[in-house]
Design a protein around this ligand. Structure first.
Ligand code: LER
Ligand code: MN
Length: 272
């Protein structure tokens, strides 16, 4: 397993679960100094990411890009895939597709989290699921062309009513086909929704592609009360070799949250 730390380039997301906020140069420098393997980027849009510049930072600091989030389209524009207006759904799909291509240039997958939206009043659930299916099949193909997987993230009930639990999301992806789409398992959302995080990870292991490494209170692992050893045992038992990426609140400050994450990562991934 590999460690990653998040950086937000979206000022409107202030207060959100991202560790670094002071630009890519500073984030890559800190991530390297602290000993992370990768950075996960939350940009306002694909064209805010200069691929050549970021590849330069990756080389200079010997870091990968773990993933690129697409939630900026929701935070900045309130676009999402289940909006009743077709033009907004279309904007949302274009936004995510552009991010998939740009992330691919960085050797990274894109994430569908907040941009999935929700079933709004007056819309049938089956209709919303059809919109989601159509969009995911576009993203699956776009990611395949970019040589990457695509990451679909179940969110807790306060953020979506599409899929809250990983095994349900995995069953939906299986039924839809989507050979190139993987589940992003966010331990914060799972702590709210799953009866057992280890069991849910095992039940969706065939689709597992990325992990958001967060404690019960969305702080650095070790700063909340989630019991982590059985979660790491479950990940090892399914041979998960992807990222544990800290999408967490920068509390009490970015540096402390990042240091705690890496200490927890090392203790949990390589227990004595
Ligand atoms: C996105 O990765 C996520 O987990 C959502 O809660 C939006 O922050
Ligand atoms: Mn997440």
């Amino acid at each position: 397993m590999k460690s990653a730390i998040t950086v937000s380039l979206v000022p409107q997301a202030k207060g959100g679960p991202f560790v670094f906020w002071d630009g890519l140069d500073a984030a890559f420098k800190s991530a390297q100094n602290l000993g992370f393997n990768a950075v996960e980027i939350f940009p306002p849009a694909a064209d805010a990411l200069d691929a050549a510049q970021i590849r330069g930072l990756m080389d200079k600091h010997q870091l990968a890009v773990a993933a690129v989030g697409t939630g900026g389209g929701w935070v900045a524009h309130q676009w999402h895939l289940c909006h009743p207006e077709p033009e907004i759904r279309s904007q949302a799909r274009s936004f995510v597709r552009a991010m998939i291509r740009r992330a691919g240039e960085l050797g990274a997958p894109a994430i569908l989290g907040s941009m999935q939206g929700r079933v709004l009043p007056g819309i049938e659930r089956e209709q919303a699921l059809e919109w989601l299916r159509e969009a995911l099949s576009e993203f699956d193909a776009e990611a395949s062309q970019a040589g990457q997987v695509f990451l679909y993230e179940p969110l807790n009930r306060y953020e979506t009513n599409l899929f809250n639990r990983s095994p349900d999301a995995a069953a939906f992806l299986d039924a839809a086909g989507l050979p190139n789409t993987r589940i992003l398992a966010d331990l914060f959302h799972m702590n709210i929704e799953e009866a057992s995080i280890p069991d849910a990870l095992k039940a969706s292991a065939h689709r597992l592609g990325h992990v958001h490494f967060a404690d019960s209170n969305r702080q650095a692992v070790g700063f909340g009360h989630t019991h982590m050893p059985p979660i790491l045992d479950a990940l090892r038992s399914v041979n998960y070799s992807g990222f544990l990426s800290a999408e967490i609140l920068p509390l009490p400050d970015s540096e402390t949250a990042a240091r705690q994450t890496l200490a927890a990562f090392r203790a949990l991934v390589n227990p004595r």
